[in-house]
Every structure is written in structure tokens, then in C-alpha cells.
Design a binder for this molecule. Sequence first.
Ligand code: SF4
Length: 354
Amino acid sequence: MAPHASTAQDHTVPDMTTTNDDLVAEMREKIAAAADKNALAALPKKLSPSRANNFKGCPQQFYFRTIARISTPQSFASLRGTIAHGALERIFDHPPGERTAELAITYVRPHWESIINPDLEKLNERDRGYAESAQKDALEIITPGTDVEADLLKAAEDCVRNWFSLEKVNTFTPTNLELPDGRTIDGRELWVAARLAGVDVNGRIDRVDRWYTPDQVVHWSVTDYKSSAQAPWLKKPYRRETVERIKDENFFQLKVYAAVLWKMFGIQVEWLRLIYIGTDDRETGVQQLRVTREMIDATVRDLESTWGSIKRAARTGVWPTKTGPLCDWCHFQPVCPAFSSPDDEQADKAAASN
Ligand code: SF4
């Protein structure tokens, strides 16, 4: 194990075999209520790349999340990543040369406190909604003052230390980035929205970086932090085509953001970067993809076709299941038609009424 990798593995994996009857009953209730909904009207007005990716991965899972509005419980690993994120953002308040892992770690606990005790009055409506749901999700799995909370904060600190091994944090600054038209943006946690091929897209980018080559030519990259220790395509000796497919899915979100940044600001992004802060191994923890014009055009076409498929599914009520290895980790498996039948549902109801 890498010296700074998380030691809190016991908390990372949701155990689907222990899904309790109440949870399943609640999911069934929401699914029954969704059956009366107009799915077209229930679709989001703007499509985020992660929702599009979710539909591409499994339309049935998209239905559960987006139409039936069944939320997935927060995991220890993702919460650890969220807390570390706050420190990685705030360290850029300090000038290059002053950014150290120890300084960044001082932001870990305050960020955690801000998640569990958000100052809702200071937030706009959109951010208030996010803060309330983040608070609820966090408190569902962590009780403040317990050993689990201490483990969580320690694991988040480990992620912050890892990050200092993965990136040269003192050599770039994602704030006050001058755009081609002279405006400036803060490239941290940047909210973006644009209309691409008739699809309204929005989302939040972890980091936009601008850097110069020695001949003073400006370059742009988009970075996304991942809380896990490894890119999914490195986890098994997959065949080359499988690796390409998984990679494509994982970089899809950033490709969409590259298209959005071009549309909004005229920025031509050259590199997409996924940073896996669950490890300190630079070779595996930093994954990059060079952007081409063809790639962006293909991504926009893909987005347009995915949005068309989502609207068709909403019109027809047909949300196909797409089974695969990820089903083992899917929160919805107990209610998924690919894994349960109406008989199971009746049996669950009978057991609940006994
Ligand atoms: S269990 Fe598999 S098929 Fe069913 S919703 Fe989840 S990912 Fe889709």
C-alpha cells in the first residue's frame, strides 16, 4: 500500500446484501409514485455530463435517480473525497511557494464542519439545495464526535497529502485566469452552462488551468479530482477495447466541459486530467487525455444523441436495463427489473405486513 493511501477501507464499500427492508420499501414507494408522473416533464431542463453518462451507462438507473428521484447513499470514500476537495480548493488562496500539505490540511476540519453545519442563510437557492442534501447525506453515515468521524478526517488528510505527491501545487494558480476576450475567471469549482447542438448543458468543473510554454504560448487544461485510488480501467487486465471504452466513459464529462468552455469563453482546452487522490503514485494517479477537435465534435454529437434517447425513453416509458459488473455496486439492484420480479415485490410486501 502506498504510504499515504487511505487506511479506512472498512468504510468504503456499501454492502448490498444488508440493504434493509425499509430502504427497499421506500424505493418501491418512490417508483410507484413515479409511474404516475409525466416523465418528460420530470426531466431536468439542463443536462449535466454526469447525468448523460448515467443514462449511457444504464437507462434504468437514470430513471431511478432522475425520474423516481431516489437518492443514492453517500459512501465513506466519496465523503472523504468531498472533504479533501475543499482543502484542495482553498490552498490556492495562498501564493505559490506557501502551499504545503500541512497548510492545506488545516482546511480539512473546517470544510467538514461547513458540510454538517452549513450557513444556509448565506447561500443562493441552488447552493442551499446542494448544501442541505450534502448535510443530510453526510450525517446519515457519520455521527460527529465518533471514531468514524476521526477516521474520516484522517482519510481526507491522507488524500490531501497524496495530492501534493501527484501535482506540483506551487507551479500553477487556477485563479484570476485571463480569458481570450480579456475577462477573468476563477478556475476553481467553476459553474458553467452552454447550449450545445440544441442541448442545454450545465455542471461544475473542479479546476481549469492556464499555463505557458517557454515561448509564452498559452495552454488550457481541465482537471477533475476523483476520490478513488485508481482509474477503473487499471483495476483488471482488461482487453484493449474494454480499456478504451471505460476510458472514454470516464473522460466523457471532461470532454463535454471542454466543449462548454470553448462555447462560453473561446478557450481551446488541450488536456483533460483525472487526478485520483486516493493514491500518491503519480504514474497511476494522474491520467491525461489530449483533446482534439474531432474528439470535441464527436462528444457534442454523442451528447445530442443521448439527449434524444433520454427524451424518447421518457415519452415511451421504456428505460432499458444494462447489466454488467457495475450492477454489483448498484444501489438499485434490489428493485431493478433485471434482478427482481413482480413476485419478489409481492413477497416483500407480504413480509412487511407480517
Ligand atoms: S442493477 Fe444494473 S441493470 Fe439494474 S439499474 Fe443498476 S446498473 Fe442498471
